[in-house]
Every structure is written in structure tokens, then in C-alpha cells.
Design a protein around this ligand. Structure first.
Ligand SMILES: [Zn+2]
Length: 310
């Protein structure tokens, strides 16, 4: 993707090397947050307690985790442990420094602001961008404590996206999803959750799922996540219109969507997939909904909630 020298978002917060934010009165604890978070599944070593008021989510995850015989927090963060993940070497030509990555994220964030400001305006709404908190190790978030092993996530309580750049090493090495546009897709997906927060989709989900069975909540979650993928596709379409794409960019995002599909993740983790536990969508679904947004550029096509077939 063409990004060097382009405008960077002012809604970035650099907490790298800030020493974590645990202790010193900054620890908010599991009860200090304001809701669950929405993340790209990752290969976390061990997910931290996300805390927050998302008791329903925690309970669900614990139950599912016990069913699968894995650390519930592993499942929350995607559930692939380094010991079980294939060790691959870094892809050549993809060893940008973290400072470069930070700047790249800031450019992508700016692009999403331009896009969603316009889309919201067309719908007589006002877009307020999220803050992208880039941290290393761990930091406090409105949803509890953010840890690198959790992977990127959106926290509705403070309307921030939390991103530890080391995730992109994992994405490339453990998940086999290299490329700058794969990285951009991840951020665009999380920002898609912020769009859902502003449109009311996320608040409604968080309210309604408290009264749902685990299986129902998972099915609902899949629709939320696939819509965020579709919104990431909307951003990819926008980037294409601006002539920012290099050849292979869209394929990088599609490959990432495939690698982090629930079925692919679970098969990698435990050798088989349990569909009723899926909460992000299958590889095929994630690719397809990203593709719908990417091809059409029409947010009206991203209605995963009335789609009879996901
Ligand atoms: Zn998500």
C-alpha cells in the first residue's frame, strides 16, 4: 500500500515503552471496566483478564474454554499457543521497524477517518474517530487491562482501539499472514467495531447477549464480526479508489481473513473445529464479507444482520 509521506491521524496515542500501566494506581481491575472488547483473534501466549463489565462474555468464554479443555483466556484471545504454532521465519522484505509500523498505522487511521467521516455525513450522522492506542506489553484500558497477548481490540467503554505492534509479528509468523495490507485490514476491522459503536450495533449486541444462551450469543457475535470485516472491505475499496493499492494488497487482506477464521484457528489449535463455538466466522465467511465491502464500497451491503445466509 502506498502510505509513505501521507497524512497521519492525530488520534494516535503512543504508549510504547510506557512501563505497562499496571500498578501506581492505574490498575483498574476486572470490575473497573465498562464492557467487553472486540478483537481480532490472536495466537496469544496467555490472554490477560480483559475484565470490563462484560460478565456475560467472560462466563461464555469460561464455559466454552472448559468445553474445549483450554485456558479460557487463550480462547478469548484466539487460543493458539506458541508451542503449538508452527515456527516460521520472518518473511523477507517485511521487517519494517516498529516506528515505521506506527507511522503506517497512523496513515491508515487517517484514511479511515476520511472515509467514515464522509460515509456518516452522507447518512446525516457525525463521525467521531476512535483513538488508536499503540502500546507494548500491557496498558490500562476502559475494558480492563490490555495485554499484548490479547491481540488488537476495540474497547467500547473508552472508544479506543488497543494495538500492540508485536501482534503483526505473530500475524506474519504464526498465522502466515504477511504484508502491510494484512496489517491495515486488522486495524480497519477494529475501527469497523467503532463504527458499529456509533451506529448502535455494538451497544445493542452487548445488551441483548446478556439474555442469550451461549450458542445464540456466539451466532450474534459472528454477525457483528462479519460486519466489521465488511467495513474493513469498505475501507479497502476506498483505498483502491484513491489509487493507494499495490498489486497483491487485497490478496494479503483476504489471506489474513482466511488465517484468522474460527474454523482455521480451531483446527490449528486442536485439530478440529466446533462450529457452535464460532464467534467471528469461518475463513470462508470472513473472506466473503470482506470481499463484499471491498468490491461494492457500499455500506448498505454490509447488513449481516438481515442476511439469511452468512
Ligand atoms: Zn472483531
Amino acid at each position: 500500500m502506498k502510505w509513505r509521506g501521507r497524512k497521519q491521524s492525530s488520534h494516535m496515542e503512543d504508549r510504547r515503552g510506557a512501563g505497562g500501566g499496571i500498578g501506581g494506581g492505574m490498575f483498574r481491575g476486572p470490575s473497573g471496566g465498562g464492557g467487553p472488547s472486540f478483537r481480532i483473534p490472536t495466537g496469544g501466549t496467555r490472554g490477560g483478564a480483559i475484565g470490563g463489565g462484560g460478565l456475560g462474555l467472560i462466563v461464555i468464554v469460561v464455559v466454552v474454554g472448559l468445553m474445549l479443555g483450554v485456558n479460557p483466556m487463550d480462547l478469548l484471545s484466539g487460543g493458539v499457543t506458541p508451542s503449538s504454532a508452527p515456527q516460521t521465519q520472518s518473511a523477507p522484505g517485511n521487517n519494517a521497524s516498529e516506528d515505521e509500523l506506527y507511522q503506517f498505522m497512523a496513515v491508515v487511521a487517517q484514511d479511515t477517518e476520511d472515509l467514515w467521516t464522509e460515509v456518516f455525513k452522507q447518512n446525516n450522522m457525525t463521525y467521531t474517530p476512535p483513538t488508536i492506542v499503540v502500546y507494548s506489553g500491557q496498558t490500562s484500558a476502559g475494558c480492563g487491562v490490555a495485554q499484548a497477548s490479547m491481540g488488537p481490540f476495540y474497547c467500547p467503554a473508552d472508544q479506543n482501539v488497543y494495538l500492540d505492534l508485536s501482534f503483526y509479528d505473530q500475524l506474519r509468523q504464526q498465522f502466515g499472514a504477511p504484508g502491510d495490507f494484512a496489517q491495515a485490514y486488522v486495524l480497519a476491522h477494529e475501527i469497523g467495531h467503532h463504527v458499529q459503536q456509533l451506529t448502535g450495533v455494538l451497544p445493542e449486541f452487548n445488551q441483548r447477549r446478556q439474555r442469550m444462551s451461549e450458542e445464540e450469543a456466539n451466532a450474534y457475535s459472528v454477525r457483528v464480526e462479519l460486519q466489521a470485516d465488511c467495513y474493513a472491505g469498505i475501507w479497502a475499496n476506498y483505498a483502491g479508489q484513491q489509487n493507494l493499492l499495490d498489486s497483491g494488497d487485497v490478496e494479503e487482506a483476504l489471506n489474513a481473513a482466511e488465517q484468522i477464521g474460527d474454523d482455521t484457528l480451531q483446527k490449528r489449535m486442536q485439530g478440529y473445529a466446533v462450529p457452535k463455538t464460532f464467534n467471528h466466522g469461518t475463513s470462508e465467511q470472513r473472506q466473503r464479507w470482506f470481499g463484499i465491502g471491498q468490491r461494492t464500497g457500499d455500506v448498505g451491503q454490509c447488513d449481516t444482520f438481515s442476511a439469511s445466509q452468512l
